[in-house]
Design a protein around this ligand. Structure first.
Ligand SMILES: [Zn+2]
Length: 97
């Protein structure tokens, strides 16, 4: 089942809410490498940029579904962390903060 919606404006607003929710979840989070506390978001809803995890079925290289991700990078050491959008989007759609 896809979390994509056809209305680009609604999708943008939903992505903004997901971004806000992730920031809330990350309060107190420290980089696993350098223990840094500052991160930059790389998937920017306003610029329609989003990382996606490409899934393959079996060994035939047939592309399955794309799973949208949220990517952040530590501003000190550059370590990248990624989060699946789906659980956060489900909470946004359900009004759960
Ligand atoms: Zn770091």
């Amino acid at each position: 089942m896809s979390t994509e919606v056809s209305d680009p404006q609604q999708r943008l607003e939903d992505r903004r809410r997901v971004s806000e929710l992730l920031k809330k979840e990350l309060q107190g989070f420290r980089c696993l490498v350098c223990k840094g506390i500052e991160f930059v978001e790389l998937d920017l809803p306003e610029e329609d940029l989003q990382s996606k995890l490409m899934l393959y079925r079996g060994g035939d290289q047939t592309v399955g579904e794309y799973s949208p991700l949220l990517t952040i990078a530590c501003t000190h050491c550059g370590r990248i962390e990624q989060f699946a959008e789906q659980p956060l989007m489900a909470r946004v759609k359900a009004g759960i903060r």
